[in-house]
Design a protein around this ligand. Structure first.
Ligand SMILES: Cc1cc2nc3c(=O)[nH]c(=O)nc-3n(C[C@H](O)[C@H](O)[C@H](O)COP(=O)(O)O)c2cc1C
Length: 200
């Protein structure tokens, strides 16, 4: 496989950076020339500079705001390169909402949870459905459509959070602290990327 790939990431407490680096390692192993960079270090994506772009960020009351803004302001360049997104999260409620055409969604099996009552989702469950997560991400991309979007279970370390963040995660997301990153799922998805991004 040949080609230049940008893996741009945002992170709140640092753990999504490790996920981005693991994705970058797999792409490098497959033969790509890979730049793994924090979003804050990428002023703008020059159209044509990369053969594919991967953008990753945690769900922090929605996909982290600077990732949404990064995708939005680079829409034009992203529409010209094969594109993939990933998110880390602590919970994702399974629901039968339809997924937009042409977007392949991968959900870490360790992240997805059955709702307590499929007929009527609870407040926390409605807040954490695939549709709730995916809608704003796709909206930020406009006409740039990702070939693949993945959701992986992440890491929560209360010592690295501000007090109000901790309260939000406990009360709204209902997540327990711990490192739940599923490296097999992360690296497995990354190994499929060359084919999904037409780089193979
Ligand atoms: C303020 C805040 C809000 C969060 N909101 C969500 C959320 O809506 N859904 C979810 O599943 N996880 C949520 N999380 C958990 C993070 O997505 C998860 O811990 C992620 O792996 C953190 O990545 P980081 O270490 O790169 O910041 C939230 C975490 C924080 C601190």
């Amino acid at each position: 496989m040949q080609g230049r790939v940008l893996v741009a990431y945002a992170s709140n407490a640092g753990s999504t950076a490790d996920v981005a680096r693991a994705v970058g390692e797999e792409l490098t192993r497959a033969g790509a020339q890979v730049d793994v960079r924090p979003i804050a270090d990428v002023a703008a994506i020059e159209p044509g500079a990369y053969d594919a772009v991967v953008v990753g960020a945690p769900m922090i009351v929605g996909w982290k705001r600077d990732a949404l803004a990064f995708v939005e302001r680079n829409r034009a360049a992203l529409a010209k390169a094969p594109l993939a997104f990933f998110a880390t999260a602590m919970t994702l409620t399974e629901s039968d909402e339809p997924i937009p055409d042409g977007v392949a969604v991968t959900v870490d099996p360790k992240l997805a949870k059955h709702p307590r009552n499929e007929e009527r989702l609870g407040f926390k469950e409605r807040f954490t459905t695939l549709d709730h997560y995916l809608g704003p991400i796709l909206k930020s991309a406009g006409a740039a459509r990702p070939a693949s979007v993945a959701f992986f279970r992440g890491k929560l370390d209360f010592r690295r959070l501000k007090f109000f963040q901790m309260v939000f995660v406990m009360l709204v997301v209902g997540a327990q602290p711990g490192d739940y990153r599923n490296w097999d799922a992360i690296r497995g998805w990354a190994r499929e990327l060359p084919a999904r991004l037409s780089l193979a």
